[in-house]
Design a protein around this ligand. Sequence first.
Ligand SMILES: O=C(CO)[C@H](O)[C@H](O)COP(=O)(O)O
Length: 208
Amino acid sequence: MKLQVALDVATLEDALTLARQTADYVDILELGTPLIKAEGLDAIKAIKAAHPDKLVFADMKTADAGELEADLAFAAGADLVTVMGAADDDTVRGAVAAGRKHGKDVVADMITVVADRVARIREVSKMGVSFVEIHAGLDEQAKPGYTIQTLLDDGRQAGVPFSIAGGIKAESIAAVQDSGATVAVAGGAIYSAKDPAAAAKNLKSLIR
Ligand SMILES: O=C(CO)[C@H](O)[C@H](O)COP(=O)(O)O
C-alpha cells in the first residue's frame, strides 16, 4: 500500500515546506483542493519541480467540465487528478479522456456519494478511472460518531482498486491496509502533528 500525504495548507510556501519534510516517507504528494484554489495551477508545477521523483496528485474535485479541468491540471504537471464520482457521467468520461491524452491517471473521489456508494463506485470504474478514492471529507469527519469503518466496508465490497481518505491515523492505518486499499491518504495526521516528518515516518513504518 502506498502512502499519500495531503498538503492541506493554504500557501505554496507552507506546501513546499510540508512536502520537503515528508517526501522521504511518502509515495504521493497531494495538492489539496484549498491549496489549488488559493495558489492556482502553478502550485502543481512548483511541487513537481521540487519533487520530480514523486507522484503529484492534484485534488481538483472537478464537478463539471471534466476534460478541460483535468487537461489543465495534467498540463501543469499532475500525475493524478480527481474528478467527483457524483458528477455527471460525461464529466467523469471527459476527465478520463484528458488522462488518456496525457498518459496519466484519473481518480474518482467518492465524497458526497451517499446513496449506494458501492454501486456508483462500480459504475465510475467502468468509465475508465484508474481507481476510486473512498472518502469522508473534513465536514463529515467532524460529525459526532464518525468512524472510518464504513469507508473500509465499501472498499471491501466494491471489488475494484481504491484508496481511502477520511482522517487516517496511526491507529487506523493497519485496518486501511487490511481492507485492501492500494493507497492510504493522510492529511491532518501529518500536517497537524508537532513534527510532520516524524508523523509521516511513523505512518510509513506501520505499512507492512
Ligand atoms: O480531500 C480532503 C478533504 O476533502 C483531504 O485531503 C483528505 O480527507 C485527507 O485528509 P485527512 O486525513 O485530514 O482526512
